[in-house]
Design a protein around this ligand. Structure first.
Ligand SMILES: Nc1ncnc2c1ncn2[C@@H]1O[C@H](COP(=O)(O)OP(=O)(O)OP(=O)(O)O)[C@@H](O)[C@H]1O
Ligand SMILES: [Mg+2]
Length: 183
């Protein structure tokens, strides 16, 4: 996962280098069984969103923002937090960002697909969770949690026993019962 993040940072450097400094704190992680390409795309989309949110803040004032990426292992889960010092997301928009085609960009500029597909890849395909916290004027933190190999087996059993709708909803939060099952 850390290697994938480092590669994604190189790919996204054209978007980030003019507006933000990148800080990484990559911890030691257990292996994660994953569709690498899809998760790379998710991380890339989040970093590009972060760069755009920072650009909206620093554009006129010639300052730079920070994108901070932290990974750590947590009871068999892999957590990836991506924070930015961008505009932040107002509460009424935060509720909508996972809706398909939601975008605050001008017509023709944004597709609004990135967050929706992040949820599909992380929650539906990997049995993980997504969290977003944001404060207007301060920034946004987006956290991806993925079951490591050990946690994965019980996570898929837990997901398989839920209806797709329930899996969608419960996937938004850390599922403590699943984590406990693998300890
Ligand atoms: N890090 C962020 N900070 C502030 N707002 C964000 C951030 N990430 C996403 N958003 C908001 O969520 C909306 C949806 O994001 P999403 O990536 O799905 O689409 P988009 O960025 O508008 O379009 P595209 O990704 O196709 O260029 C954005 O228009 C923006 O308003
Ligand atoms: Mg985007």
């Amino acid at each position: 996962m850390n290697k994938a993040i480092e590669n994604t940072l190189i790919i996204s450097s054209n978007e980030t280098k003019h507006v933000a400094d990148i800080e990484t704190e990559l911890g030691q992680l257990p292996p994660v069984m994953c569709h690498g390409g899809e998760l790379n795309q998710v991380i890339l989309n989040i970093i590009v969103n972060a760069a755009h949110a920072i650009r909206d803040v620093v554009n006129d004032i010639g300052a730079r923002g920070v994108i901070r990426i932290k990974t750590w292992a947590d009871h068999g889960w892999v957590r990836i937090a991506i924070s930015d010092t961008g505009t932040g997301i107002p509460a009424e928009i935060l509720d909508k960002i996972f809706e398909p085609f939601f975008t605050t960009k001008p017509v023709g500029m944004g597709t609004g697909k990135a967050w929706r597909s992040a949820r599909s890849a992380v929650v539906d395909k990997h049995g993980g969770t997504l969290d977003v916290t944001s404060q207007v004027g301060v920034g946004t933190t987006f956290t991806i949690s993925l079951p490591g190999q050990l946690a994965r087996a019980s996570a898929s059993i837990a997901l398989a026993s839920r209806s797709p709708d329930t899996a969608h909803r419960t996937g938004m939060r850390h599922d403590r019962s699943t984590i406990k099952a693998v300890r």
